[in-house]
Design a protein around this ligand. Structure first.
Ligand SMILES: Cc1cc2nc3c(=O)[nH]c(=O)nc-3n(C[C@H](O)[C@H](O)[C@H](O)COP(=O)(O)O)c2cc1C
Length: 360
């Protein structure tokens, strides 16, 4: 497993190992998007990852849309996140924040009353979302963003990147997949605009490119990452040319020298997302999806990327790095408590040593 435990530098981020914790929404913030003490403990426990990418976090009130997901636009939210970054840094870890604007994948029940639901075009996503207030509901009918509105949202991302630095994060990652706002712009099905942000693949990636540029200008490109998954249909995404769209996005960010590109396998069997990103992006790659220790090591040894991220394995294995290092068994997680409030199934998974203590 040796290569997994070698240090690596991604832009301005110096990592102790190549095992990254992938961003995972766990719905443990309060109803105002403020992280609580369980989140401090959860991230503290996982600080031995080379880098933690903290869960999708809204840059603005309009960017919220799910239950109890965090945000980073208010002073209270920034102060609460500072407790998280301090706990991780005290254990020698590194942590960046994933910025997630859900766009049309939202319910107004899950955001402040004065916040709107926006999208590239006024096309409702055919999905349902869970709300604490009304149970399962249809996604909102979104308002199409005006050119002025687009500039405003880009400004929100820029400010969120600054806020993340103020909260002590080592950088930010743009969530550019899973059917959220940047991908709504990128996909031909959800983007029917006739202006500079719609039509050709180059035009459809313009929003993501301008968001990335704004964040890089604000905090330095070496502290900004980009997450993508070519052809991901999640949240009612339909793109007529996913490979061309992904290629256009990679080409658009290639001159920027970002910290990394966090690339997920494509669900389309004909599309090799890792190869596409290597060919067109020129960025250091974090590879993701369905890796275990052996396959992660093989991918890095084959030169496919600079690091590998793990999502689900980190849920019940806070000490995943140590378990992989020593070849220890990995624990499974409880699906029922993935998104429920409270510590149960969140920050109460023991590390391997603790398991030993309770073993007969
Ligand atoms: C509970 C859960 C929440 C997730 N939330 C996010 C998220 O907020 N942002 C994101 O980009 N991906 C999210 N993902 C996807 C993971 O980051 C990762 O890509 C996925 O789990 C595949 O990696 P794995 O096979 O190592 O688990 C989530 C996955 C899970 C299981």
């Amino acid at each position: 497993m040796s290569i997994l435990f070698e240090p690596v530098r991604l832009g301005e981020l110096q990592l102790a190992n190549r095992i990254i914790m992938a961003p995972m929404t766990r719905s443990r913030a309060d109803s105002s998007g403020v992280p609580g003490s369980d989140m401090v403990e959860y991230y503290r426990q996982r600080a031995s990852a080379g880098l933690i990418v903290a869960e999708g976090t809204a840059p603005s009130a309009s960017g919220l849309g799910y239950c109890r997901t965090p945000a980073i636009y208010s002073a209270e939210q920034i102060a609460a996140w500072r407790q998280v970054t301090r706990a991780v840094h005290q254990r020698g870890g590194r942590i960046v924040l994933q910025l997630m604007h859900v766009g049309r994948a939202a319910s107004h029940h899950n955001k402040p009353v004065d916040a709107s639901t926006v999208a590239p075009s006024a096309i409702r996503a055919r999905v349902q979302l869970f709300t604490d207030i009304a149970g399962l509901v249809d996604a909102d009918e979104p308002q199409a963003l005006t050119l002025e509105g687009i500039a405003g949202v880009i400004g929100e991302y820029r400010q969120a990147a600054l806020n993340a630095r103020e909260a002590g994060f080592d950088g930010v990652e743009l969530h550019c997949t899973s059917g959220y706002l940047p991908m709504q712009f990128m996909a031909s099905g959800s983007n029917q605009r006739n202006d500079a942000y719609g039509g050709s693949a180059q035009n459809r990636v313009r929003f993501a490119k301008e968001v990335i540029e704004a964040m890089a200008e604000a905090i330095g490109a070496g502290r900004v990452g980009l997450r993508m998954c070519p052809g991901n249909p999640f949240n009612d995404i339909d793109d007529s040319e996913p490979a061309a769209t992904a290629t256009a996005l990679c080409a658009a960010v290639a001159p920027l020298e970002l910290a990394y590109l966090h690339i997920m396998r494509s669900p389309l069997p004909s599309l090799d997302a890792f190869a596409l990103a290597r060919r067109h992006s020129g960025q250091s790659l974090i590879l993701n999806d369905s890796f275990d220790g052996a396959s992660a090591r093989a991918a890095l040894e084959a030169g496919e990327g600079a690091a590998v991220s793990f999502g689900r394995h980190f849920i019940a294995n806070p000490d995943l790095v140590e378990r992989l290092r020593h070849g220890r068994p990995l624990a499974g997680f409880d699906r029922k408590t993935l998104y429920t409030p409270g510590a149960q199934g969140y920050c109460d998974y023991p590390n391997w040593q603790a398991n030993l203590e309770i073993a007969p």
